[in-house]
Design a protein around this ligand. Structure first.
Ligand code: HEC
Length: 137
């Protein structure tokens, strides 16, 4: 047998074998990374609403460090629906973009408070959890 052909066949088989190996799970973006990339331009890196784009907007970006009240649980469902844009469709003056098309990915089941587990894209959950850490009560 021609040794060169054997070597080539062996290399091809090795390459195929490599392709068949399971790929590592892609790392999911953290809430902080998502925030810095998609939100900080308006809401500011600290979430207080003073991002570089804030000045030129017809409505001031919300202060995201004050979404909750000290005596109430963090309004995660409100926050996720707001980011998603779900209940803002009827507001023609809205400034903030809807992110429903961008934040897709694996879904997690989130308890929306009414005993229902709602499938929610992971980036929305990660963002909401990150915003919760910014709350100042
Ligand atoms: C183009 C600027 C802009 C970007 C980008 C932006 N926002 Fe906003 N956001 C606003 C403005 C302005 C408001 C105030 C209400 C409105 O839309 O008119 C707001 C309101 C909100 C509210 C509602 C707060 C409340 O009191 O209910 C939340 C939550 C929020 N933003 C989160 C985010 C998150 C998270 C991101 C990134 C995924 C983001 N925003 C990206 C401009 C922006």
């Amino acid at each position: 047998m021609n040794p060169n052909i054997t070597a080539a066949a062996f290399a091809a088989a090795a390459a195929l074998g490599a392709c068949a190996m399971p790929l590592p799970e892609p790392e999911l973006p953290t809430g902080r990374a998502l925030f810095m990339e998609n939100c900080a331009a308006c809401h500011g890196a600290d979430g207080r609403g003073g991002g570089p784009l804030a000045q030129g907007l017809p409505r001031p970006p919300a202060d995201l460090t004050r979404l909750g009240a000290a005596d109430k649980p963090f309004p995660a469902v409100h926050v996720m629906s707001y980011i998603d844009g779900y209940f803002r469709q009827d507001d023609p003056g809205q400034v903030m973009p809807e992110f429903s098309g961008i934040f897709t990915g694996p879904t997690l089941h989130v308890d929306t408070g009414d005993g229902m587990l709602t499938p929610t894209p992971q980036p929305l959950v990660a963002l909401s959890e990150y915003l919760e850490t910014l709350q100042e009560g």
